[in-house]
Design a protein around this ligand. Structure first.
Ligand SMILES: [Zn+2]
Length: 408
């Protein structure tokens, strides 16, 4: 009897004092990645859908299909919500050019709805921050719409409310060239207004009034500062990196990062290799791309067939002259830097998948979890990872809607 009692005591002791099995970093990363709402604020996937038979509800091989996003791969990568960009390359700034861009924007929006509504069991087109949290609970993907290039509104301010009604939630003021709204960061002709044009200032005010988020990715430094003077609500950079880490005019300076933090806004880190890490020189690829741009009229005013063959040739050049990709570590170096300069409340992720976004270890949307793993390895706690993966962005999204004249 005594022996029995003693052994029972020993058993109790051994269970009571047994140390918890240590959670590996990989398991911790998976747990956190599944627990937090994950939002990617920029991809150009609608370019693959428009005028093509690409079925977004089927799984594709990233390399064979030259695509980075479909709904099954989003699920695989644990990505809950994504902004699909209605992308318009900067064309002629004439009435005709504006009318064509405007029509194309509406057509792409229709394509997005059609593609997503064909897979109601996998995803829904969403409009408010709360939608993503609700849809995550259903195990589905939330698809939001952004408009990349204010060129599509032409000179008609009422278009902003119209796009808002159709579910567009941000407008990137310009793309790689200056437009009638503002100077771009990459127009070889240089500054045209030294910031926003007078029309651009009205655009910013109207975006505030209607609850449309202002996206400052692509715009020049002086355009950014003009926006910050006028906007009454926080702004976003939907896909932008840190210039101190990779010196490219598309990336934000430390001064710009601090200014966005002061405004309460958020910088969504982009994973396009050229913006993440200064590329090794590759003159053969550069000249092949330059020749292709000439052949396809800088990708302006193309028929759907021309657009398709141009994109195929673009991918072929990438295969023929492969680029050494940046890595997930390089990506998180930018996040570390933005946190250091702007603070943990002002950083997020906007991949630019299907618009050039890719790094080794996060080559397509199915590999998004590797960013979380690297954040965990660097000691970011769950609450900070939650902020990076969507908490910060959703705060801005809500503030912009609440700041509107008629909040939705
Ligand atoms: Zn872009």
């Amino acid at each position: 009897m005594k022996i029995l009692i003693f052994s029972a005591f020993l058993m109790l002791r051994s269970t009571a004092f047994q140390p918890e099995p240590k959670e590996t970093l990989a398991r911790k990363a998976v747990r956190i990645h599944n627990a937090v709402l994950t939002v990617d604020t920029h991809c150009d996937t609608p370019m693959n859908l428009f005028g093509s038979d690409f079925n977004v509800s089927e799984r594709h091989d990233a390399k064979k299909s030259d695509t980075k996003v479909d709904l099954p791969r989003m699920k695989e990568g644990g990505l809950d919500a994504q902004f699909w960009a209605v992308f318009l390359g900067q064309g002629k700034r004439t009435n005709e050019g504006h009318a064509n861009a405007n029509k194309k924007a509406f057509d792409i929006i229709k394509t997005i709805y059609k593609s997503v509504e064909a897979a109601p069991e996998l995803a829904s087109v969403t409009r408010t921050p709360e939608d993503a949290y609700a849809i995550e609970k259903e195990g589905k993907r939330a698809i939001y719409i952004g408009l990349e290039n204010g060129y599509a509104i032409g000179h008609d301010l009422s278009m902003i409310a119209k796009f808002m009604q159709l579910g567009v939630r941000y407008i990137t003021l310009c793309h790689t060239l200056n437009n009638d709204i503002c100077d771009s960061s990459t127009d070889k002709k240089g500054a045209e207004y030294n910031g926003l044009s007078p029309f651009g200032a009205e655009v910013v005010k109207e975006m505030n009034r209607t609850g449309m988020m202002i996206d400052v990715s692509h715009i020049s430094d002086s355009s950014l500062y003009d926006v910050l003077i006028i906007s009454k609500v926080p702004i976003i950079a939907s896909h932008s990196c840190a210039r101190a880490i990779c010196d490219n005019p598309r990336n934000l300076t430390d001064e710009g990062l601090r200014a966005i933090a002061k405004n309460g806004g958020v910088v969504q880190m982009c994973i396009l290799t050229d913006y993440v890490k200064t590329p090794d020189p590759n003159p053969a690829r550069d000249s092949a791309r330059a020749a292709l741009r000439v052949k396809y009229n800088n990708f302006q005013g193309l028929t759907p067939e021309q657009e398709k063959s141009g994109t195929e040739e673009w991918h072929k050049i990438a295969r023929d002259f492969p680029q050494k990709l940046a890595t997930v570590k390089d990506v998180v170096d930018h996040i570390d830097h933005i946190v250091k300069i702007a603070g943990i409340d002002h950083v997020g992720i906007g991949t630019d998948f299907d618009g050039g976004g890719e790094v080794s270890g996060c080559y397509d949307v199915s590999e998004m979890g590797n960013i979380t793993l690297e954040l965990v390895k660097r000691g970011y706690p769950e609450e900070q990872i939650r902020k990076i993966w969507g908490g910060n962005f959703m705060r801005v999204f809500r503030a912009v809607l609440e700041g509107a004249e008629k909040p939705i």
